[in-house]
Structures are given as C-alpha cells and as structure tokens.
Design a protein around this ligand. Structure first.
Ligand SMILES: [Zn+2]
Length: 190
C-alpha cells in the first residue's frame, strides 16, 4: 500500500492516512476535524452520526513538523471554509448551549440550533452588550456531532478558551470562552 496523503476538509492542510483496512474516522492532526475515510472512493467526507458512532477512530499523521500547532493564517477567513455551513443542518443529536456567566449579559442562555452561529456586538446571531467585543467577533461551527469549532473572525481583542488565546479550536464541552469582558460557558450534550 502506498502512502495516502489526503487534505483536511476543514483547515486544508495535508496529512497522511494511518494504515487501516475499511472505512474509519480519521482526525486531522492539525485541527482535529473528524472525517470518514471511504476506501472504495479513496475520499474523505464529513461523517454522519451513524458513522461517528460505529467506525474506529484513528489519528491522521502530520506531514509537517509536529511542533506546528494549528494556526489560521492571516489570509484565511471564514469565507474560505470548505463547507457552505448555511446549507448543513445542525446535527440533531447534539445540544449545544452557551451560557453567559460573566459580563453585562450574564444569565443569558443560548440554545444553538444552527450549524453556523455568529457572536458579536452587532448584526450577529448572539449580540453581546460589551464594548470590547467586535461587531463580528467569533463563530461557532457545528458540522457534525464531533466537529464543533470556535473561530476568531479577526476580532480586535481575540478569543480565549480556558485562558489561552486561540484563532480556532475544537470544542468538547465545559470550556469557558472569554471575549472582551464576557465569559461564556460551553455545554455540549450528545
Ligand atoms: Zn484540519
């Protein structure tokens, strides 16, 4: 079997597939996006719920320096995401709740039902009353059950997950998102 190099559908970085017979879930070593590998077509696709629940999960092998952390280049923006998220329904089996625990909006609870949710000070799905929050500050992308991401939309003050600044991060639940003076708790129920 020759080395099979594939491209992540989310961050577009190339990585090596682990050797395994049949279909499996493979995580991008850079951004942790979960794909399903279909040997018949030799392609990666976004897993369905059934595939996520039944297939073996394997990690992709990085082609670049392992110390390279996933980082969104400056010229990459949300418009270059490989998916048209508006056309993907949010996975029905996942409940994503964002609870504002600090800031002027403290106490507000948002039940996310869309695959793409924007958060900011103006013209967003979730509008925060916080002058340190950019107009369009961050997006939450729910692509499949195991593919829930937060992305910085080139905001002025950045986003912090559990105290660490990130440009993009996979969400597993229980994280605290800090944007401006606002803190939001992530609750994911599967
Ligand atoms: Zn990736």
């Amino acid at each position: 079997m020759t080395a099979n190099i594939v491209k992540c559908l989310f961050c577009n970085k190339e990585f090596l597939l682990p050797e395994f017979k049949g279909s499996f879930i493979v995580h991008c070593p850079y951004c942790e996006f979960s794909h399903v590998y279909l040997p018949e077509d030799n392609t990666l696709s976004v897993p369905t719920q059934i595939e996520e629940d039944t297939l073996t999960s394997l990690d992709g092998i990085p082609l670049q320096n392992e110390n390279d952390e996933f980082d969104l280049d400056n010229d990459q923006t949300i418009s270059q995401t490989s998916f048209n998220l508006q056309s993907i329904p949010a996975p029905a089996s996942v409940t994503l709740i964002l609870e504002v625990i600090k800031g002027r909006d403290r106490g507000k609870v948002f039940n996310i039902k869309k695959s793409l949710t924007t958060i900011g000070r103006k013209d967003c799905d979730i509008v925060l009353d916080d002058s340190l929050v950019s107009r369009k500050h961050t997006s939450i992308e729910m692509i499949s059950k195991d593919n829930i991401f937060i992305r910085d939309l080139a905001s002025r003050n950045g986003i912090y997950i559990n105290g660490k600044q990130v440009t993009m991060k996979k969400l597993y639940g229980d994280e605290i998102i800090k944007i401006g003076n606002t803190e939001i708790k992530v609750i994911i129920e599967k």
